[in-house]
Design a protein around this ligand. Structure first.
Ligand code: C2E
Ligand code: CA
Ligand code: CA
Ligand code: CA
Length: 253
């Protein structure tokens, strides 16, 4: 269900948007590499609301910046108290890829919270690059100059993927979960995933398999040369209070 703008405005003022954290794991060793920050709405009467129900309206109303700022403040504050080798991956909305001030905004939250820029991975989807490749290039190069890493998210679901891969200095390539989930039943998906991982490797990128739900998928990805896995097999997104449990299970270094 899509929530209306009035309700989202109230929730922004009431500070109801919070970060959840989903583990990213080194497939070869099972060790925790970091977390992806995923927005949730802790609604005062309806409970937890997923991002697809409020991000599109927040984008449309021009509030995505404010929403992201609140999520990053909270996430980096928490990030500053977890072991130093762990990273946080954050999602940038396509509409923010027009905003040349974005890198400076992330830097300022990093400085306020003490969560270092070199522990931040900024995830950009291909739809965020469509139509404004030039501003995206400037944003990505600023972020990298400030020490962040940059990941291309949902790879394979957008257009001109290959153009984007060679136009921007990405560090990580995230293979979309739709390919991972159909790997078992479809030979074609398996071949696509293998090819994408090979492509990422040959470009020197760290490849991340999304939506890993079974041991079999994890093994298949590892065998294909994928470095990092993310999905329910390793852990669902959790609130900050559950982070110690996740870190205990996933044996941080
Ligand atoms: P995404 O960036 O591709 O994030 C991965 C989504 O896949 C998350 O959904 C996560 O909960 C889900 N997922 C992870 N592992 C599995 C699995 O094993 N199986 C299945 N079926 N799903 C899995 P979520 O949290 O509902 O987020 C949906 C999308 O909303 C995200 O897709 C991202 O595009 C967007 N989003 C989330 N948080 C933010 C945010 O803070 N800012 C912006 N701009 N977008 C956000
Ligand atoms: Ca993402
Ligand atoms: Ca994704
Ligand atoms: Ca997605």
């Amino acid at each position: 269900m899509h929530m209306d703008a009035v309700e989202i405005r109230r929730a922004l003022d009431a500070n109801e948007f919070i970060p959840f954290f989903q583990p990213l794991v080194v497939l070869r060793t099972g060790q925790l590499a970091g977390f992806e920050v995923l927005a949730r709405w802790q609604h005062h009467t309806r409970g937890l609301i997923p991002p697809n129900d409020f991000i599109p309206s927040a984008e449309k109303e021009g509030w995505i910046d404010e929403l992201m700022d609140g999520i990053l403040q909270k996430a980096f504050m928490i990030g500053a108290s977890i072991p130093e080798h762990l990273t946080l991956s954050v999602n940038i909305s396509p509409v923010q890829m027009n905003d040349m001030a974005l890198p400076g905004k992330i830097l300022s939250v990093s400085q306020q919270t003490g969560f270092a820029m070199d522990r931040i991975i900024v995830e950009i989807t291909e739809s965020g690059l469509m139509g404004h490749l030039e501003s995206a290039q400037s944003i990505v190069s600023d972020l990298k100059a400030m020490g962040c890493k940059v990941a291309l998210d949902d790879f394979g679901t957008g257009y001109s993927s290959l153009l984007h891969l060679h136009s921007l200095p990405f560090d990580d390539l995230k293979v979309d979960q739709s390919f991972v989930s159909s790997m078992k039943d479809r030979r074609e998906s398996r071949k696509i995933v293998a090819a994408v991982i090979g492509l990422g490797q040959s470009l020197g990128l760290t490849t991340v398999g999304e939506g890993v739900e079974t041991q079999e998928q994890a093994e298949m990805l590892l065998w294909m040369g994928c470095e990092i896995g993310q999905g329910w097999l390793f852990g669902r997104p959790v609130p900050a209070a559950k982070l110690p449990d996740v870190m205990a299970i996933l044996r941080p270094k």
